[in-house]
Design a protein around this ligand. Structure first.
Ligand SMILES: Cc1cc2nc3c(=O)[nH]c(=O)nc-3n(C[C@H](O)[C@H](O)[C@H](O)COP(=O)(O)OP(=O)(O)OC[C@H]3O[C@@H](n4cnc5c(N)ncnc54)[C@H](O)[C@@H]3O)c2cc1C
Length: 399
């Protein structure tokens, strides 16, 4: 799918002049208009496709501001881009224009764990941030299926949510403040560095989910929370979709606030088993349920979930508290959303080091984007899965 432009965005001599001015701002290495490069930026993880006119990779807020002012001067569209994992064509330049690629603004600038926040540049990858926070026993909960490659900037502008949204909230709920370059090039600070933010307009919240129409984000103040002491995950199988769907409501109104809950039908089960060698049971429907928190409350929630699943007609309920088993289970679920060709091609872009050396002691040091390779496990170790059968409720180990 795509838009075939019949007219040039700008007359050739004007485009040359714009590119020359952009080069003055960002340097020759970070302004690119070769066909190969433009082609690489003509799509995201959606089905849409349209060629941009020029790609720029700023390293500072000031550079972003200068780029926006030039876009105004030349009356050309301008589109921010993180990792290009958005699924709706957000970053596809249907009217051509300048793509502002934030991949070089990828540093964790400040960590204030004692005050429950960090300050990051927009190009920081979600999983890289969580790796850094894990050192302090903290985390940033929004967890889209693309977390290994999507950027915090893209998550803010798309208000990315993911598997933990019901218990923890989406990206908007963790965005305390933003530095933004407005459409006229002006640099503004929005929001706060305090978790309690009771008075005044909450402009940062307005920016979150704005899908790129209100400005370009150059710095983000994010709330972080302590990692739960214990987690557990369950797989409940059902012989109808209806029973599984009803079980979700039964768990919520019990009440059990699951950290995450995902529903899979047989098509998804087959897809994940084929792609990930997950070994999920070949049934009509599966519920994946994750709980987290204090160890005592997790144990209690496991017991309640088991009872509720059985009462809802589950064929089988299995739990694990082994972090590796849990990670495999949820990564299998994440892989379900994948649009393999476009997504993989976006993630495979080669690393681009900054022009200047790193500025932050808390820099992730991440110089490359993870590739979108699939896990190729040849077997599914299941020794830590605890099985609870419907008929007897007895507990047994899987073979
Ligand atoms: C396999 C897969 C699973 C996914 N799972 C989920 C999911 O569970 N939940 C969910 O919510 N989403 C999901 N997504 C969608 C997508 O990953 C998210 O929306 C993600 O937040 C996009 O981040 P990105 O860095 O790729 O942003 P991009 O796709 O590059 O951009 C997204 C939007 O942000 C704008 N933008 C990017 N950076 C900036 C900036 N600095 N300033 C201003 N605008 C900017 C772009 O113009 C665009 O409008 C999934 C996508 C894939 C491929």
């Amino acid at each position: 799918m795509g838009t075939v432009k019949t007219e040039a965005t700008l007359a050739p001599e004007k485009m040359d002049a714009l590119i020359a001015k952009l080069t003055e701002v960002c340097g020759a290495n970070d302004v690119n208009a070769t066909q190969a490069e433009l082609y690489a930026y003509a799509s995201d993880s959606s089905i849409h496709r349209a060629m941009p006119d020029v790609i720029v990779r700023p390293e500072t807020t000031q550079e972003v501001s200068e780029i926006v002012k030039l876009a105004n001067e030349y009356l050309i569209p301008i589109i921010g881009r993180g990792a290009g994992t958005a699924l709706c064509g957000h970053t596809v330049p249907i009217d051509g224009g300048i793509i502002v690629d934030f991949q070089k603004m990828n540093e964790i600038l400040e960590k204030h764990i004692e005050d429950l926040y960090v300050v990051v540049e927009p190009g920081v990858i979600c999983d890289d941030l969580n790796k850094e926070l894990a050192k302090d026993g903290f985390f940033f909960p929004p967890d889209p299926g693309s977390s290994h490659s999507c950027t915090i900037g893209g998550m803010v502008i798309a208000n990315a949510s993911g598997q933990r949204a019901v218990k923890y909230g989406a990206t908007r709920d963790f965005t305390m403040g933003l530095e933004t370059v407005l459409p006229n090039g002006e640099i503004v600070q929005m929001g706060t560095r305090t978790v309690k933010d009771a008075s005044g307009l909450q402009l940062a919240r307005l920016m979150v989910g704005s899908e790129g129409v209100l400005g370009l984000v150059t710095k983000i103040i994010l709330k972080v929370v302590p990692k739960p002491q214990k987690t557990a995950s369950a797989v409940a199988t059902f012989d109808t979709l209806e029973k599984a769907a009803k079980c979700v409501g039964d768990i919520i109104k019990a009440p059990v606030v699951a950290a995450r809950m995902e529903f899979m039908d047989n098509v998804c089960i087959q897809a994940v088993n084929t792609a990930q060698n997950m070994g999920l049971p070949d049934v009509e429907s599966i519920l994946l349920i994750g709980v987290d928190g204090h160890p005592a409350s997790v144990d209690d929630e496991i017991r309640k979930i088991e009872e509720i699943c059985k009462a809802s007609g589950a064929l089988d309920v299995r739990f694990t508290t082994d972090p590796k088993e849990e990670a495999k289970l949820w990564s299998g679920r994440k892989a379900m959303t994948c649009s393999p060709t476009t997504w993989a091609s976006r993630c495979r872009r080669s690393p681009r080091p900054r022009r200047r050396s790193g500025r932050s002691p808390t820099s992730t040091g991440s110089t490359s984007r993870p590739t979108a390779t699939r896990e190729t496990a040849t077997s599914t170790p299941r020794s830590s899965w605890t099985r609870r059968t419907r008929s007897t409720g007895t507990t047994s180990r899987r073979p």
